[in-house]
Ligand binder design. Structure first.
Ligand SMILES: [Zn+2]
Ligand SMILES: [Zn+2]
Length: 325
C-alpha cells in the first residue's frame, strides 16, 4: 500500500516545495474516519497548530477536493461534509437524523440497477447519490452501539474476501462432487485438479482474512459494508445442486464452464468498478484465477467431445454444444 506521504508527493509538481501547513492539514484529515465539516477539521487542526487560520483550512479542503483526496458530501444539513476519497471505495450512506452520524455501505445490486436505468435512458452518469435518512440503532434503542466504525477500507477488504471465500468453498464442493461422479478418467483428473486448486486458494484466502483480522480485533463483528444479493452463497452453489440431479461427464464439464464463466465475469465486472483498494485487488486476482479455470475446462470439454466422437460406437449423433470463453 502506498504511503500517504508518497501519495502526496506524487500530486506535487516536480521540484515544488512541500508546504508544511498543507501537509499537516492533509495528514490530520486522512487520520479521521467519517464525514467532517470544514469547522470540525479546523477544530482538529487548532489542537495541533494554533497558527493555522480557518481560511487556510478551507482553502486546503478545496485543494484536497480538486486533487481527489477529499470528497464533498451533502447530507441535507445546510452545510457540506468531507470524507476521504483516496483509497476509499465509492459508497452510499445511512444518515441518522438524531445524532447526525452517517454509516457507509455499498451494494453492487443497487449500482448495477443504476447503471441499467442510465443506459436504458442513454444517460451518461457522473455521480449517483443514495442516502437513507432515519434513526440509527443506538438512537432508537438508547443503548450504546455495540461495534461500529473501523476503517472502510478494511471493511471493504473483509467483505470482498468473504465473497471470494464463499465462492471458493462452493467451487470446492462442486469440483469434488464432479470428480466423484465423472466416469471418464481424464475428465475426473481435471475435476480433481481443480478441486485441489480450490482447496489451495481457499487456504490462501483464509490466511489473508486472518491477516486482516489481526489489523483490527473487532473487524469480524463490524457491520456489513459490501452487499451482494446473488453471490453470498457462492457462485457454484447452483451448479453443485445441478450435479446432484445426475448428469453425464459432458454435462458436468459444461456446468463447470458456466459457473467459472459467471464467477469470472462477476469478479471482473465489480473489481473493475471499485476504486483502488485491497478489495478491488482481491476481486481482480480472483477474476484472473477463474478465467484460467474456465479456459482449462473449455479445453477439456473439447477434448472429451473429441474422444467420445472417435470411440467406436461413439454415442454422439447431434452436434454437441460448443463452449466459448
Ligand atoms: Zn443516531
Ligand atoms: Zn461516506
Amino acid at each position: 500500500m502506498q504511503s500517504t506521504s508518497a501519495f502526496l508527493d506524487s500530486l506535487r509538481p516536480a521540484g515544488s516545495k512541500r508546504s508544511g501547513k498543507r501537509d499537516l492539514i492533509v495528514n490530520v484529515f486522512l487520520r479521521q474516519e467519517g464525514h467532517l465539516t470544514a469547522d470540525d477539521l479546523y477544530d482538529l487542526i487548532r489542537k495541533e497548530d494554533q497558527k493555522i487560520s480557518r481560511a487556510t483550512v478551507y482553502r486546503t479542503l478545496q485543494w484536497m477536493e480538486e486533487a481527489g483526496i477529499a470528497r464533498k458530501v451533502d447530507f441535507g444539513e445546510g452545510r457540506f461534509r468531507f470524507e476521504h476519497s483516496y483509497r476509499h471505495p465509492r459508497h452510499f450512506h445511512l444518515i441518522c437524523k438524531t445524532c447526525n452520524r452517517s454509516f457507509e455501505f455499498l451494494s453492487s445490486d443497487i449500482e448495477a440497477l443504476l447503471e441499467e436505468v442510465a443506459s436504458a435512458r442513454n444517460f451518461t452518469p457522473r455521480q449517483s447519490i443514495l442516502q437513507i435518512h432515519g434513526t440509527c440503532e443506538a438512537c432508537r434503542t438508547g443503548r450504546a452501539p455495540a461495534v461500529e466504525g473501523g476503517t472502510t477500507e478494511l471493511l471493504f477488504a473483509r467483505d470482498a474476501l468473504r465473497i471470494a471465500i464463499a465462492t471458493e468453498r462452493s467451487g470446492l464442493e462442486f469440483y469434488s462432487r464432479a470428480a466423484r461422479l465423472t466416469k471418464d478418467a481424464r475428465g475426473r483428473r481435471v475435476f480433481e485438479r481443480l478441486s485441489d486448486e480450490e482447496q489451495e486458494h481457499l487456504g490462501k484466502l483464509e490466511a489473508r482474512y486472518k491477516e486482516l483480522l489481526a489489523q483490527d480485533p473487532l473487524l469480524e463483528s463490524r457491520p456489513t459494508f459490501l452487499f451482494f444479493k446473488g453471490a453470498a452463497n457462492g457462485l457454484f452453489a447452483a451448479g453443485a445442486e445441478q450435479l446432484a440431479k445426475g448428469v453425464d461427464d459432458r454435462q458436468a464439464l459444461m456446468i463447470g464452464i458456466r459457473c467459472e464463466r459467471a464467477s469470472h465475469r462477476f469478479f471482473k465486472r465489480y473489481g473493475d468498478r471499485f476504486e483502488d483498494s485491497e478489495g478491488k485487488q482481491i476481486f481482480l486476482e480472483f477474476a484472473t484465477e477463474e478465467r484460467e479455470h474456465l479456459e482449462l475446462l473449455i479445453r477439456e470439454y473439447r477434448a472429451l467431445v473429441e474422444r467420445q466422437r472417435r470411440r467406436p460406437g461413439g454415442r454422439r449423433k447431434t452436434r454437441p454444444e460448443q463452449p466459448t470463453a
